[in-house]
Design a protein around this ligand. Sequence first.
Ligand SMILES: NC(=O)c1ccc[n+]([C@@H]2O[C@H](COP(=O)([O-])OP(=O)(O)OC[C@H]3O[C@@H](n4cnc5c(N)ncnc54)[C@H](OP(=O)(O)O)[C@@H]3O)[C@@H](O)[C@H]2O)c1
Length: 330
Amino acid sequence: MVLVMGAGAVGCFLGGLLQASGQSVVFVGRSRVLEPLATHGLTLTDLDGRQNTIAADDLRLFSDLPSEPPVVTLLCVKAGATLAAAQLLESSLPAGSVVVSMQNGVGQAALAQSAAPSLCFLDGMVSFNIANLGDGRYHRGTAGFLAATDHPVLRPVAEAFKLQQLKLRLVADMRPIQWGKLLLNLNNPVNALSGMPLREELMQAGYRRCLAALQEEALNVLRAAAIEPAQLTAVTPQKFLRVLRLPTFLFRLVARKALKIDAKARSSMADDLSARRLTEIAWLCGQVQRLAQSVGLQAPLNARMQALVEAWPQRGVPYSPRQLTQALGI
Ligand SMILES: NC(=O)c1ccc[n+]([C@@H]2O[C@H](COP(=O)([O-])OP(=O)(O)OC[C@H]3O[C@@H](n4cnc5c(N)ncnc54)[C@H](OP(=O)(O)O)[C@@H]3O)[C@@H](O)[C@H]2O)c1
């Protein structure tokens, strides 16, 4: 059995795919997520035309951890909930149970491990965007793949995802992939503060300049820390900066070929801001600042961006491209 700890956008999508491949899956989540699933079932769609529906009666939905021990657990909560979720898992799963963090940011598995020392936490990564469309419907709005630290219990899981045309890359060292993903996730605060869907936001040169500046600062820090981020798009992270800085008419041409994003996709940080929930900014821009400090540098743009996101409750109004470049001082 695969346990999804934190059934939300990622958990429902990944768990649903595994169940569609014939795996037994248990979803643990909040009633506001589980109730629509219990009423409508779980429907998965994507930008390639996927349509999987799992009937409500076939879903195993729990608000607390079940007694049956899982073969593997996918940890799918947001960063602010990692410690509490890890403590729950520690109190319930047999020692040595494998838990894969499918969360964004670098260091969530290590954080969880600190709270649940008897379990075996692995790093994972989801490179695509998933939106909760309501009524039990979850939609993958960008292209991408999964990755995790290689472990024997994950091989059948990789096979199950493969049956659903989703690649789970099992690798020895997740750090380059996690930093490569973190660079892309630096668009989350830009997107959230823009108030626009991802595609519309990226068609604005001013927002792309903000993202490029945040990424450039992070790349300088990574270089100083001797970390080579993995390439997760069609071009290297360094070339990606140049693409972001192209005039919009050229960017549009490149994006048409290389960036598959459907019209509705938004970053989940945008949803967090509109729902006035805690964001993961401290695990994105904050992580760049912590790495900078560890090598005797600073990351002032990432610090400013973190401050802007944290000040959102006092502002509540989206930033135009010009307002955001000015607020970042670029
Ligand atoms: N959505 C995406 O497109 C995407 C893509 C790639 C990676 N990610 C990353 O994946 C992680 C999950 O993101 P998400 O968008 O799936 O978040 P999400 O939709 O908020 O789902 C997480 C769910 O877990 C619940 N939860 C938290 N603690 C729990 C507990 N102890 N027991 C049961 N349920 C619990 C949350 O409830 P509460 O809100 O009440 O805490 C929430 O409903 C994040 O790190 C995110 O950055 C997201």
